[in-house]
Design a binder for this molecule. Sequence first.
Ligand code: AMP
Ligand code: ZN
Length: 473
Amino acid sequence: MEKLKLYNTLHRKKEEFKPIEPEKVKLYTCGLTVYDYAHIGNLRTYIFEDVLKRTLQYNNYDILHVMNITDIGHLTSDADEGQDKMVLSAKKEHKSVWKIAEHYTKAFEKDLKNLNILFPDYHVKATEEIEAMIDLIKRIEDNGYTYQSRGNVYFDISKCEDYGKLANLDLDNLQAGARIEVDNAKKNPHDFVLWFTKSKFDDQEMKWDSPWGKGYPGWHIECAAISTKYLGDHFDIHCGGIDHIPVHHTNEIAQAEAATGEKWVNYWLHGEFLIFKHHKMSKSRNEFLTLETLKEKDYSPLVYRYFCLGAHYRKKLNFSYESLDSARESLKRIRDKIVHIEDNLDTSFGDAQYIKKLKGDFISQINNDLNMPGALAVMWEVLKTDKIGNKEKYDLLMDFDKVLGLRLEDSRRIIKQKKQEKVNTDLVEKLIKEREEAREKKNWSKADEIREKLDNLGVEVRDGAKGTEWRIK
Ligand code: AMP
Ligand code: ZN
């Protein structure tokens, strides 16, 4: 079997995946900042991470997966400037920050379910792990990597030998303040806050006691603290979108390695952006689409999932309704074919060598840094070939779907549900009544004509003792 290779941002190359413990993978994925609904760009990243997880499972690994819920500390810039996203949203919606967090966390979890994304073993609210964050800051402080300035605790990047290694940051050539707002409390513009006690957010409702005073954590400490608490000081894979490379993940590494004195995570994987109207889809541009918007336009969440599988996760993906239409059309064709296969299951045996080849091809694609466009091509080959029997096809497709996650086994039900949504019940009832009247008058030709109309609408009519009943075919 082709070995699993993943592109590791840390070394800028594809590497064979080797877990720390045999047959076990410890995985951390950065969660959503719950100040608003997830947009479909965010969801592209969660779909990529789900494909990674399913591919690891397909390779027989047992996975321990942790994801945080950012309900504190994420400012409008990923560094320390701007406003607190949660506070801004609470003001806008005239609600408490806690209510905001609760509402958008629920909405996000519903999105994950609708996209058939496997749930993390732990989905952890940052506000419930303040103690772990304080503990980690203490460890970093004990090792001499912090300083206090104007009430805040800062991480001192000059103490790190290899700060910025993930992003290949060339600090010497980055002018102070060129990319980051100059904060006179910092020794170096790239230093970042571990704990705020004094900040521009006096109206911040979420505050906790700490050895450095009442306040709240910076955003980067939360992921480092939650991941190490649940997965240990050293674990296998950490993921997020590419925007997290230069600041968030760079700072997470600096903190964790300062605390432990050891290399932290072995593989860093990053998903490219979803592009909308020539820009990264983002909330700050105020032009973002949610899964609900797509549903209102009659695109099911799994159509969006299929659309995302059509591009490699390390390539930009342009969103357009035309491409979403073709994804919907393709998925419909797949489902129709599967129902046809189910209705014609046979016992004939096809070319065993060819079946083995198809399975091998699929594994080669997914194990080649999650090449999902390639994996979909193998799935289409299975759907189209006449060299193997229907039962064999069906088994292969269901096996592939463990990774694709398109709910292929539910195809019949999904098609039926779609038809049901489309049937105009008022019209059907009206036609049934007209048909009954025609039958009473023994106008059989008219009754047959109406039955045919109903048939064309996808409705089956049955005349029984209790009168006429109908159902969607
Ligand atoms: P946030 O809530 O801002 O922390 O974002 C949640 C996840 O979505 C992170 O992993 C981001 O890197 C990712 N993300 C944000 N914008 C996009 C986008 N346009 N396309 C793909 N992923 C994105
Ligand atoms: Zn994170």
